[in-house]
Design a protein around this ligand. Sequence first.
Ligand SMILES: C[S@@+](CC[C@H](N)C(=O)[O-])C[C@H]1O[C@@H](n2cnc3c(N)ncnc32)[C@H](O)[C@@H]1O
Length: 236
Amino acid sequence: MSKNNPPGFVKSMFGAIAPYYDFLNRLLSIRQDVYWRRRLVAAMDLGQNARVLDAACGTGDVMLEIWRQKPGARVCGIDFSTEMLGIAARKIRQAARNPEGRLLAADILHPPFAQQSFDGISIAFGIRNITRRDLALEHFFRLLRPGGMMAVLELSTPRAGILRDLYLLYFKKILPAVGGLFSQNMRAYQYLPESVLNFPRPRAFAGLMESAGFENVGWKGLSAGIATLYTGRRPA
Ligand SMILES: C[S@@+](CC[C@H](N)C(=O)[O-])C[C@H]1O[C@@H](n2cnc3c(N)ncnc32)[C@H](O)[C@@H]1O
């Protein structure tokens, strides 16, 4: 995140776009976001009753995908936007789950959990928005039990060639226009490509995960590199 986009900006931006967030995700990614979250959850290799933290849970799509894959999982979501959490609560209720005690309004940089509370931690499209990624990763490491798995999903761009040129045209010009039109929030959909283009390359972000203590760190480009899935384990 750039110095011009402090946490207060990020929080109020997600608060403002919350009602349009799911619709625009599906539209702007032509539903690839659903597939990416499926891959994220599968990558955590969770047991049936795993305790899972979904950080920056937003409107709850990762939490619902965890329950789809592992109905017995004990999932907790945290996010600092109460507007995003309100939508998550409604969706969780509609899925016949009780949102009570599962959704917490909290900053990832001040997580209200004891050490080693979770078997798995996920964060989808969240880490890019956090100023102190190093601190966030250190918190995630401490919150995982030894042997627990962390999975990070983040938007990225194709590496090279005509595909990259075409994607950048879409990402920098068309996406902000469409997103701004539907959400009436131009700045939010300009911030999206800016923040993705400012995010470290996979090797560099994997290095940050290793510095926080994770081992077996790896990454995989999804949908021609439009998203990247990172995984790492807390040593057993
Ligand atoms: C792009 S949304 C991702 C939501 C969801 N994970 C998904 O898959 O759609 C990013 C979310 O991160 C949250 N967020 C950003 N920084 C945060 C922080 N420091 N602490 C808690 N939540 C944060 C925002 O409020 C927003 O809901």
